[in-house]
Design a protein around this ligand. Structure first.
Ligand code: FES
Length: 95
């Protein structure tokens, strides 16, 4: 989205996702434990999209996760582990 479209709204970036003491958000922890990143270029977008998906729609299937993340491209093609991480992170968020 264009920055102007966010005027007057609260924006959370990847830097604001972890707790103040540095504890990773469950989705970040899942990406780490599932090896859901390689070079890391796509990771902030993947994690933030995954958190939004989990919060607002839940993650019921790998197909749903793949559909939700289709706008985020991983040039390292690490999609298998990314989807695995999103499923694990969403489960941790709902626990
Ligand atoms: Fe390299 Fe996704 S991990 S672009």
């Amino acid at each position: 989205m264009l920055a102007a479209q966010a005027a007057g709204r609260q924006v959370t970036t990847i830097e604001g996702l972890a707790a103040a003491d540095g504890t990773l958000h469950p989705m970040q922890a899942a990406f780490r434990s599932c090896h859901g990143l390689q070079c890391g270029f796509c990771t902030p977008g993947m994690v933030m999209s995954a958190v939004d998906l989990a919060r607002h729609h839940g993650c019921t299937s790998e197909t749903q996760v793949r559909d939700a993340l289709e706008g985020n491209l991983c040039r390292c093609t690490g999609y298998h582990n990314i989807v695995k991480a999103v499923m694990q992170g969403a489960a941790a968020m709902s626990a």
